[in-house]
Design a binder for this molecule. Sequence first.
Ligand SMILES: C[S@@+](CC[C@H](N)C(=O)[O-])C[C@H]1O[C@@H](n2cnc3c(N)ncnc32)[C@H](O)[C@@H]1O
Length: 205
Amino acid sequence: MGFYREKILPHILHHGMAAERHARFRKETVLTARGSVLEIGFGSGLNLKYYSDAVTTVTGIETNPGMRKYAVKLAHEYEFPVHLLDMDAQRLGFDNGEFDTVVSTWTMCSILDLDRALDEAKRVLKPGGKLLFIEHGLAPDLNVQKWQHRLTWFSRRIFDGCHANRKISDYVARAGFELTKLDTFYAPDMPKSGGYMYQGSARKI
Ligand SMILES: C[S@@+](CC[C@H](N)C(=O)[O-])C[C@H]1O[C@@H](n2cnc3c(N)ncnc32)[C@H](O)[C@@H]1O
């Protein structure tokens, strides 16, 4: 599993996540990021090019060293400092209120204890700070849900813990964030079982 997870999966994820069809969603999601940004599940750093001048630093945390190898190559290309850390989103090694913005793009599906990770994200945000996200998750159609529940058995094994059947907005609300914006939709050019998106922002109150 170590070889697959650290050598093969990063290659698959980096190329899959770099697909042009995701670019618009990345851009829209991080548009309002500002100040000190924490990205959970930083992957290969594909959001970096979409941050605006309002961002002062980006701290990317990641548990897969194979993904960080890709990210390291990009980290020096930007005006703002980029800090890459080997850290689990479920146990953040930061003080309370350190960040202005937390970003998560297609990461919440694969964090084992997502409730805990969102509690942590909230803890490290400043009061009024924002959580910005785009995630795939549970679709409203029962027929699609049926496939999502079945697929999750495979996707957890093949994509390192990825659940296709999480109702992301419920997790965010349960963590005590105020959901300030939420769009849900089937992304074009994707199978419905993996392409139902939750895109939005939430505020630490
Ligand atoms: C599908 S990839 C998305 C990567 C990136 N956010 C993007 O948009 O391209 C999910 C990433 O989350 C990372 N991840 C999963 N669980 C994590 C955790 N508990 N803490 C930090 N990163 C995690 C995985 O290693 C993987 O790189």
